[in-house]
Design a binder for this molecule. Structure first.
Ligand code: FAD
Length: 437
């Protein structure tokens, strides 16, 4: 007589990733690479994958050492016809088109058939502490799904962050700490950075014969309350552009109007009236640029709660002046996959393991967030209290050479800080901490 045994499940837990942006897709890919016993489902609100935005740059601490070009830094002096060359800053970013990376990720993701589209998370319900019952995901369309571990990679307006911080605020209120409850609640919504970015891509042939000549290298132009960054993408076939305009005093306020709208190149060029003909030509050449109100997430006291974790912009959306928001999403995905796939991590101790992720990643990402803000203040000649400069010079953006040198020094050291260490060193730290789990 033959006995039929129920098949033994080899799955140690089921992970739901909410949001198929760069952070969510990379986490899924790393989990696929490092583990065979974790099931992954990805829920994405959009009907299909579409990358908003154009180029992206990441730092060598993720991309590895390479012969990177220098970044040229120019200063726009008020009432001068040409920008002043400040210095070269090294090393530069590894730059590429976002949609190219996304296509590669989906191609290599065996779990691609486990991406569920048009699934917008509304909220989740996690069982009480100590229970290992599944977490229930509630979608806007009225359907539900379950998982053992939930990762919110659902971007700056994260629904996972909303539920997590509403729960934490309710718990603080129940403990009689209404001040803390209000503080936690204030972290749910993103805040405006005071900056609008105009983003677009221009094929290089469109710039032939134009006054813009820095086609083949990353360049930053800085000036009073404005800056422009451009760099080559798609193997030099196109130039990615982001032009920023700052509203002094706007940081931390609420932005009125839609966050992203379409505009035209000539409209963007008008905002930079008086800048050189090179900048004018570059901006005018942008086809349907996006007018993008840049928002950030306030510093969160935690990125994990129970069996739920936030990664990428959901955890630490930042201004892009350290060139690293997506880079931080990538680092989060890599470290989290390293931790979850480790043999010592099981459903019973996964919430403890998530704290290792939080310890390793949260303060680093927050440091990048702060550095990016400081860079913006340098780019926009915005910092108050600089010596050797009069109020009139400051308000006009008329900076003496020694100030420009000081700005160049600070920017270079900020960029070098971002290079500090490598993601592989952080992986080793994670493995060491896992030994004590
Ligand atoms: C002007 C500008 C320039 C930038 N330049 C750079 C740069 O050069 N280098 C760099 O590293 N970073 C840059 N960034 C930052 C970078 O774009 C982000 O940090 C990065 O895209 C974050 O990735 P993510 O996966 O966390 O979130 P996202 O890319 O925002 O992905 C979130 C995903 O979640 C989905 N989603 C949202 N809500 C829900 C829901 N409720 N349910 C299900 N799915 C949901 C969305 O549709 C989306 O697919 C820039 C940002 C801006 C604004």
């Amino acid at each position: 007589m033959s006995s039929t045994k129920a098949p033994v499940s080899t799955t140690k837990f089921r992970v739901a990733i909410v949001g198929a942006g760069l952070g969510g897709l990379l986490l899924a890919l790393f989990l696929q690479k490092y583990s065979t016993d974790i099931d992954v489902d990805i829920y994405e609100s959009a009907a299909k994958l579409a990358e908003l935005g154009a180029g992206i740059g990441v730092w060598p601490r993720i991309a590895g050492t390479r012969d990177s070009a220098e970044m040229a830094l120019y200063y726009r002096k008020a009432d001068e016809p040409e920008e002043v060359d400040v210095r070269a800053i090294e090393p530069a970013l590894l730059t590429f088109r976002r949609s190219d990376l996304q296509a590669v990720l989906v191609k290599h993701l065996q779990a691609a058939d486990r991406i569920f589209y048009s699934k917008r998370l509304a909220a989740y319900v996690e069982p009480k502490a100590g229970s290992l019952d599944p977490i229930v995901l509630q979608f806007k369309d009225g359907t539900t799904a379950t998982c053992d571990l939930l990762v919110g990679s659902d971007g700056i307006r994260s629904a996972v962050r909303r539920t997590m911080f509403s729960e934490l605020a309710d718990a603080a209120k129940d403990n009689g700490d209404s001040e803390q409850a209000a503080k936690l609640r204030s972290m749910i919504d993103p805040v405006w950075s005071g900056q609008v970015a105009y983003r677009g891509v221009v094929p290089v042939d469109k710039l032939e014969g134009s006054a813009f000549t820095d086609i083949d290298k990353p360049v930053i132009f800085i000036g009073k309350n404005k800056n422009v960054i451009s760099y080559p993408i798609s193997r030099g076939e196109a130039v990615n552009i982001a032009a920023f305009v700052r509203t002094p005093g706007g940081e931390g306020t609420t932005y009125e109007g839609p966050w992203v709208t379409e505009c035209t190149g000539p409209e963007v060029a008008e905002k930079f009236e008086g800048w050189s003909s090179g900048i004018q030509d570059l901006l005018k050449a942008m086809d349907k640029p996006l007018d993008w109100a840049v928002h950030t997430v306030r510093e969160l006291p935690t990125n994990v709660s129970g069996r739920v974790a936030l990664i990428g912009d959901a955890a630490h959306a930042m201004t892009p002046h350290q060139g690293s928001g997506a880079g931080q999403a990538i680092e989060d995905g890599f470290i989290l996959a390293t931790i979850l796939s480790h043999p010592s991590v099981k459903l019973s101790n996964v919430s403890k393991a998530l704290k290792i992720h939080d310890e390793l990643r949260r303060s680093f990402a927050h440091g990048v967030q702060l550095a990016s803000q400081q860079n913006a203040d340098l780019y926009h000649l915005y910092r108050l209290g600089w010596e050797h400069i009069t109020a009139a010079q400051s308000s006009k953006g008329d900076y003496p050479r020694e100030m420009l040198d000081a700005i160049g020094d600070e920017l270079e050291s900020a960029m070098r800080w971002a290079l500090h260490g490598s993601i592989l060193e952080d992986q080793q730290k994670a493995l060491k901490l896992l030994e004590q789990l």
